[in-house]
Structure formats: C-alpha cells, structure tokens
Design a protein around this ligand. Sequence first.
Ligand code: TRP
Length: 456
Amino acid sequence: MNNNVQGETRQSLHGNWSSRLAFILAVTGSAVGLGNIWKFPYMAGQNGGGAFVIVYLMFVFLIGMPVMMSEILIGRRGRRNPIATMKLLGEEEGNSDIWKWIGVMGVSAGVLILSYYSVIAGWTITYIPKAFLGEFVGTDATSISKLFDNFVANPVSVILAHTIFMAINFFIIASGVKGLEKAVRFLMPGLLLLLFILFLYSLTSGSFMDGVRFMFTPNFSALNWDGVLTAMGLACFTLSIGMGAIMAYGAYLPQETSITNATVSVVIADTSIAMLAGLVIFPLVFANGLNPGEGPDLVFKTLPLVFGQMQAGTFLATIFFVLLSFAALTSALGLMEPAVAWMVESTDYTRKQCAGIIASIIWFLGLGTALSFNTMADFKFINGTIYENVDFLTSNIMLPLGAVFTTFFAAWIMSKNSTSEELGGHSVTYRIWRFLAKYFSPIAILIIFLQAIGWI
Ligand code: TRP
C-alpha cells in the first residue's frame, strides 16, 4: 500500500484544531508553565548563569526545534494517541511495533513529572491568599525567606495544597477541557503583561545590568557536564518535548498548516517568556543581596519581595499568582492527558474512573516530593532528595531519550516521502531539519548524556 495516500487521508477521531492559531496557543499553553518561570531561573542560578543560559538557548534552537518538528509530523501522520501512533507508524514505516515503547516511556514521564509539578503548583496556589492578605507588604529579604521556609517546613500544608491542585486537575480532565481552553486565551496574555510590568520594575531596580551580566556573560568554568545535561533536560522540559505530548497535539493539526512556522512561533514564545522571567528575577536577586543559587525556592523568595515594595503590590501579586497557577494548570493537564487517554482507550473504565485512578497514582507519587522539603529533606540517595531524583530521572534521562528516539524514528525510519510531505517538499528548511534530526540532534544528545552519566 502507498504510504503517502494513507498519511494524507487519515483523520483524527477527535476532530481538528479550528485554526493554526488554535494549535499554536494550545502548544504554547502546554509549554509555558512553571518550567519557564520557576525552573529556568532557579536552574540558571544554580549553574552559574551565563554559560548555562547560552547552552540552554543553543539546545532550544538546535535540538528543541528539530525534535518538536519531528513530534508534530509524526503526530499528524499517525493521528492517534502517542502510543497508538508510534505503533501504527512503526509498523507502517519500520515493520516493527517496538516503537510503541517510545510512547509508553512518554506517558510514564508525564505521570512522574506531574507528581512533582503538582507540589510546586501547590506552592503557587498557596501564595494566592498570602498575596491577597498583604503578607508581602513591607517585608525584607529575611522575612520573605522565613515566610517561605516556614510554609514548606510544614508537610501538612504542602500536602494539602498538592491535594487541592490534583483535585482541580482531576475535575477538569474528567469533564473536558473546553472551558479552560477559552480561559487560557486571555489568561496567558495576562501573565505576559504582568511579567512585563515586573520587567519594567526590575529595569529601574538599580541592579538591572548586574542581572543581565549574570545571565549572559558566559563563564564556562562554572559549567560542568552535569550542568550541560541539566540545560538540555530543561530545554526539553520547557518545550514539552520528548514525551509525546506535542505528538498528541499534532494529531489534530490540519494537513495544510506549516509545521515549521508553527514550531518557530511556539519556540520563540516559550523562550521569550523564560528570558523575561530571568530578566525580572536576577536583577532583584542582586538588588536585594539574595543568592542566585538558592534553588527551587528562588522565585518564591524574590517575586514576593518586589511585590511587597511596589505600589498596588498586593493587587498585582494576587493576580500574578493566580495567572501562574493557571499556567501551571494548563501544563498539568497536558502532562496528565496522555496517560488518561491511553487508559480510556485500552480498558473498559469510564473517562472519569481513569482520571481518578491516574490522579490518585500521581498524588501518591507526589508525596515523595512534598516531603523532600521537610520531613524527608535529609533522606538522600544518588542525586539527592526524592524530588531531585524524580526531576533528574525525568528531565535529564527520560525526556532526552524520548527526544533521541523520536527524531531518530522520524529521520531514519520514516521514508523521505512521508517526512517531506509533512514538512512541505524539499525546501531549504526541510533539508536543515533532516540534517539536524538525522545527525546533529541524536548524536549531540547521546554524547552529552553519556558524558554526564560518566560512560565517556
Ligand atoms: N513545559 C511545561 C513547563 O514548562 C512542562 C511540561 C513538560 C509539559 N512536558 C510537558 C506540559 C508535556 C505539558 C505537556 O512548565
């Protein structure tokens, strides 16, 4: 049978995106989340700034873009959930169903990531009432740090917030995401606007250039292979690639939409928001004598501090944490949906039951992270606390491996006919994609990976 005809005529069971913009917004909504505003600044801070940021940007463009294009094109060609798509295309193009394991690894990565993502999202929602009640007003760096340290020191409140966040997730996933999608359309621009106001504030903080210097002056001696691996994992994480999530979205993309253009828009939007977050946070770190290497609590200590000093700070802080919670929620739905979709399709349980079971598993796994910041803070193995291990396993191992196998599949296993049809003929961009996807991305990811785990 002729593959081209199959690819063009196959339809998704769930319909298509109404427009190119709808697709871009959906992917950007999944990409922009805690990764940009919480993870990027704290990891850049822990890894010495400049060199890390530059390596991260290189990964975003040289690895992130070709991988994202591969995921979308595979998704659009298969038009099913990631596991079913990989199985179908694997059999069609590569005569083997072994490729479905890429989908399985991706679904598992989503579950594991959400287990800690939900705990951090819980911190975010806890900060809404704190902001609203004016707890940041007139504070200094020491009392803001105390506020946060006291909060996470109490396992009950951290677990409670994690439970609330997972419950919200469960209800939305169980009952459909239409309303949320609509809300996101104006919440995301809102988040961007607030970030921009904070940016203007940080411009005038007096330490803006210190922040810029920290972020963009490359001091490569501060970066070891572990840091390079972390930058690569973070690039996969913020772009939501390497776990089939983008593949699932690609399944609903109309045939005539340009995959390259859509990818470029998403990557630029996601990266700009991460950079903006950094340009807000680092000047504030230096203006207030804080430590950029503070770790996961960095954002929760710097931002409240500024809000506390700003005119209308209580109001803006409340809105900010509401918007950040929404950004986290849209990403969380993207992390959970693949597992739920897979379970609905392969068992006799209803969607509600599947959502309940998966949410409970994630909630339970999340207890490990919730306790990593208090009761079990001293329980360390391999890479540190439970949180640090789950993060390392997912971002630094599962996502990069998922990315290697996905691009390898698109560039080496799929026929040139199929891929060029999806990416629009043998244009220059097609040739660049093919070179990066065939040689550069897989080799670069593998080298960094093997270096960091000490095999080379
Ligand atoms: N990109 C999200 C963030 O930056 C996190 C994430 C990783 C994600 N993989 C995903 C979200 C898959 C949705 C789907 O916060």
